[in-house]
Design a binder for this molecule. Sequence first.
Ligand code: PLP
Length: 397
Amino acid sequence: MVALNPNATVLEEEGAFAVSDRAAELARDGRSIVNLGIGQPDFQPPAHILDAAEKAARDGPHGYTSPVGMPELREAVAGHVHGRIGVEVDPGQVIIVPGGKVTIFFACAMFGGAGTEILYPDPGFPPYREAVRFTGATAVGYPIREENDFAFDAEEVLSLITPKTRLIIVNSPANPTGGVVPKAQLDRLAEGLLAHPNVAILSDEIYSHQIYDGGPASLLQVPELRDRVVLLDGWSKTFAMTGWRLGYGVWPAGLIDHVRKLITINHSCVNGPAQMAALAAITGPYDAIDGFRKTFMARREVVVDGLNGLPGVTCRMPGGAFYAFPNVKNTGWHSTELAVRLLEEAGVALLHGGSFGDNGQGYLRVSYAASREAITEAIERMGDFLESAHPANPLRA
Ligand code: PLP
């Protein structure tokens, strides 16, 4: 009998992939499925990106690149970050990785380990907790509340710091709620963190180009924190390139050698043609990307209006990303059962809020990275279902 590392046996799969697989299976069986489950833009990457990839697939680079990424790409990313949040970044601090997720895993590996604690948002992107637990660290969730418009409360986060805390993960705009943390809360967190010089921060800004209310704000903008903030971003959500597996981290200068070693152990480098496509993407033009954002904004209205019209459902207007997070506590349904039955019986794929943490119970995550027609059809099916079906164990209001 093999003996596994116990940390590997506690991991849970990310719900979005499980639901997507089930939705695809039902569709293969001939069922009509509307998929609002997976969080990926339903657009093609702009043509100039595809042209660059095609050329690179033919002409190269075909070999290994530097483990931390091609110099011209790191330089372009540094320029992009400067343009977005006004922070001068040395290209040497930029590390290109295969997907946004890799920076999460590396940050947890770098700061976690037995006897340490890492704070993460609950509800939040599921890999946070799993990556923390895999390192042997204790994952400590901090609540994200509807009454705060799904932003964290800085005082509450600060109150959870102990001498064992090594890292705080923050995410804005957020998955699964669409919440955007107001600048005042970020400032308060930054101020409080000055009293905890041993605590690092992972700032997950993968939805940096899907902000609808308010401007960009990042903890990397705080000069006193710059030597302990890791900024995560990438190509998946901004450029509709989820399957290309391209992401980057901006790391404190003192950590670059450590991350470089992890990369050489783990994956050597990101594939060359993908990096050439990434370079074309990040240097622009951005007309199509601005168009994506406007389309998401218009869909946001459709999805929120539609959800608020359903019996027992209320939904706040999300400030960013492409998710709505409706409260379904007054429908009489447990959100877990509701999500399963909506997929199996009404053919609507979405995620139950509890798959993002205990504080997500009673909510659903609805991705509006789908066509307006798909959104309208899903809302109609949800309405029919809520009016005709009944839960096995109704919740008491
Ligand atoms: N961070 C958040 C908050 C996300 O929602 C996602 C993807 O859903 C990622 C990171 C990872 O992005 P990628 O697909 O580039 O690994």
